[in-house]
Design a protein around this ligand. Structure first.
Ligand SMILES: O=C(O)C(=O)Cc1ccccc1
Length: 289
């Protein structure tokens, strides 16, 4: 059985991965830090790794994109999108509600993963105004700490599974700003995975433009445009080598097995762009069970 590294246990990554890949074909190996997920997969300790990469409200998880681009050489093998329901998890105040307007007034500190506050902004402004946010390595780690502290003034935001597994009560379900809060996950690994094919294939490339070439980005985009190749994402990111130097991270709808996409890539290389292919992989959309 293939081994898959995930941030976990009882995280959104685990929920999303079990939903898509099931429980019988893979062994899931939990790591506390996302850097450990990358390193385990790069060193061969696991065959594959799962990385949360982008959220509807927050956009890219920059730290994870940086790891993928700068720290490891792990091709993308699949992607899927999963709805994320954030939950407030903690102990109620022993004397009951201390403020008539706010049942969570007793909470002074909230622990969670760093991408969480942007997804629960409205709820936190309304009910957790006096609470300090403390970043921990995963949502489940926050719930684990709360379970040990048993202090009602410290709560966490995480999965329903973490609440059940760590025995910390669910104070309020679905506190995310938008009902359709989605996160995109990537499966990465050195070896091709034997996953079910998807009708939608995607290719991710990084493009560095030649310096002093006016209109280079326009030419890159037109190489895709006139072939009617769709880009589903384009983001500029610093190269980290020199201030003001950027590369473009592009998700392209299409496969390298086609005629058109390799031709477009050749065309942009011909104008002096550097192209690195991060992966060509099936993209799965979400279907509720
Ligand atoms: O900490 C987790 O539960 C994760 O899997 C990372 C994460 C956090 C918030 C939304 C999606 C993924």
């Amino acid at each position: 059985m293939k081994r898959i590294a995930i941030l976990g246990p009882s995280t959104f990554s685990e929920e999303a991965t079990r939903h898509f890949l099931g429980d019988d074909k893979f062994t899931y190996v939990s790591y506390k830090l996302i850097s450990e997920v990358f390193n385990a997969t790069a060193s061969g300790e696991t065959d594959l790794g799962v990385i949360p990469i982008e959220n509807t409200l927050e956009g890219s998880v920059h730290l994870h994109v940086d790891w993928l681009v700068h720290e490891v050489d792990l091709p993308i093998r699949a992607e899927w999108v999963f709805p994320i329901d954030m939950n407030l998890i903690g102990f109620p105040h022993p004397e009951g509600q201390i403020d008539a307007d706010n049942p969570y007034k007793h909470i002074r500190k909230v622990l969670s993963h760093h991408v969480v506050p942007a997804q629960c902004n409205r709820f936190m402004k309304r009910y957790l105004r006096d609470a300090e946010f403390e970043q921990v390595s995963s949502t489940a780690e926050g719930v684990r700490i709360v379970s040990q502290m048993k202090d009602p003034s410290v709560a966490a935001i995480g999965t329903a599974i973490a609440s059940a597994n760590y025995g910390v009560p669910m104070l309020q379900r679905e506190i995310q700003d938008h009902k359709d809060n989605m996160t995109r996950f990537l499966l990465v690994g050195k070896e091709a995975s034997e996953l079910a094919s998807s009708e939608q294939m995607k290719t991710t490339i990084l493009v560095t433009l030649p310096e002093d070439y006016p209109g280079a980005l326009h030419q890159v985009l037109s190489a895709f445009a006139w072939r009617r190749i769709n880009l589903s994402k384009i983001e500029s990111k610093p190269t980290k080598k020199k201030l003001g130097n950027y590369y473009f991270y592009m998700d392209i709808v299409g496969t390298l097995d086609s005629v058109l996409l390799p031709a477009a890539i050749q065309e942009i290389e011909a104008i002096g762009c550097q192209v690195r292919i991060l992966g060509c992989y099936p993209s799965y959309s979400y279907h509720s069970e």
